[in-house]
Design a protein around this ligand. Structure first.
Ligand code: NPG
Length: 378
């Protein structure tokens, strides 16, 4: 799909702002436990207004090699300087090719592109969802449930989310925390709750028979059982289990998505804009999957209201036919950095409708949680 052209902007400066936000409860995955996030926000300052992007790199390089300190460094010293020559007439759609000589660092690149895209769309009075090709104004909301200390705790937490209205549950799993918790959730909450699991690379090629024991629970999918570079291993596992295999960490670009699909490694893809280098590449992944009949869903990376609004715009594209990790802000945050945090409404979340991301920053709160801010101007 080719997106409508929007007027370029003149970039005057970029602000890199770090904020510290505590999570409402610890979030444990097979790769670690998070209790608070150190989040890097990117602000594009233009002659006619500003735009915001959020970098999803974690505190530590545990989900991928990117982490927040490195993201700030590469933005300051390698990515932002490369925009200088283009800054008087900059289009977000050119940024990926301008930054292409710098290898990887997709979360950092994606945040910079997002800030410029938001500024451009605000300037043009165009909503992000509309620009990306959204076909709905609300999407069903799924929730990701971390690894717990006990089955009782898991039962309580899942029961709470179902009572809130979440329409799909994703359980984090790892060796030793898989068959039992999944079996308990099925037993207690019934066979009709849409349920899926996410291993975040915690298993090996030898675990095919073990993972096949999850088949009896009627899961929607098993996400990323093996390490990200083992695409062939996923193809082997996909032949051993009946439950569809979905890839997350392995899919770092449109090219990687096509390769994984062609090799039979997955029949569903989780799209996270940060992981693939930005929302525009995310649309390209979406389109490539649609052309190949592979459904996608929108992943989440504990975003604030800025990234959450952008994810909603993406999740409203037509091939996002599977419920995503697009939960309400209060799933993670007591206080969000935007004035109208995402709220759950009958199991759905609504796309903001204004220009750009459509959300406004709560400036006082943002200031109160800021730990550092640097402005790079020309
Ligand atoms: O809803 O934002 C959310 C969290 C969804 O489980 C979730 N994200 O592996 O997909 C994941 C996981 C994650 C979180 C990954 C933080 C990396 C960082």
């Amino acid at each position: 799909m080719s997106l409508e052209t929007i007027a370029p902007i003149t970039l005057e400066a970029i602000e890199l702002r770090r904020i510290a936000l505590p999570l409402v409860s610890p979030f444990r995955t097979s790769f670690g436990t998070e209790t608070a996030r150190d989040i890097l926000l990117v602000r594009a300052i233009t002659a006619h207004g500003e735009g915001w992007g959020e970098c999803v790199a974690g505190n530590d390089p545990l989900y991928s090699s990117e982490y927040v300190e490195a993201a700030e460094h590469v933005l300051r010293h390698h990515l932002i300087p490369r925009l200088a020559a283009h800054r008087s007439c900059l289009d977000a759609h050119e940024i990926a090719s301008i930054l292409e000589p710098v290898k990887d660092h997709r979360m950092a690149k994606g945040a910079l592109e997002a800030a410029v895209l938001d500024a451009q769309l605000r300037g043009a009075g165009v909503n992000l969802g509309e620009h990306l090709g959204a076909v709905r104004d609300r999407v069903p909301s799924g929730v990701s449930v971390g690894i717990m200390n006990s089955l009782d705790e898991l039962e309580r937490v899942v029961g709470g989310y179902l009572a809130d209205g979440y329409v799909r549950i994703k359980l984090k799993i790892e060796p030793g925390w898989d068959l039992e918790p999944v079996g308990m959730v099925r037993r207690v909450f019934g066979p009709h709750v849409p349920l899926q699991v996410d291993a975040n690379t915690a298993y090996t090629r030898d675990d095919g028979a073990h993972l096949a024991r999850l088949d009896e629970f009627g899961l929607l999918l098993i996400e990323q059982p093996l390490p990200e570079d083992d695409v062939t291993g996923h193809a082997l596992i996909a032949r051993e289990v009946r439950t569809p295999i979905c890839l997350d960490e392995s899919i770092v670009s449109r090219h990687a998505a096509i390769d994984a699909i062609e090799r039979g490694a997955c029949s569903i893809i989780n799209i996270k804009a940060g992981r693939v280098g930005g929302y525009l590449e995310a649309v390209a992944v979406h389109d490539a999957c649609a052309e190949r009949g592979v459904p996608v869903w929108c992943g989440g990376m504990l975003e604030t209201g800025i990234g959450r609004a952008m994810n909603l715009a993406l999740a409203a594209l037509p091939n996002f036919t599977i419920t995503g990790d697009v939960s309400a802000s209060d799933r993670f945050w007591k206080h969000d950095v935007v004035t109208s945090p995402v709220r759950l409404d009958a199991g759905h979340v609504h796309l903001p409708s204004g220009a750009g991301t459509g959300v406004e920053i709560d400036r006082d709160f943002l200031q109160s949680v800021t730990t550092s801010a640097v402005t790079i101007s020309w």
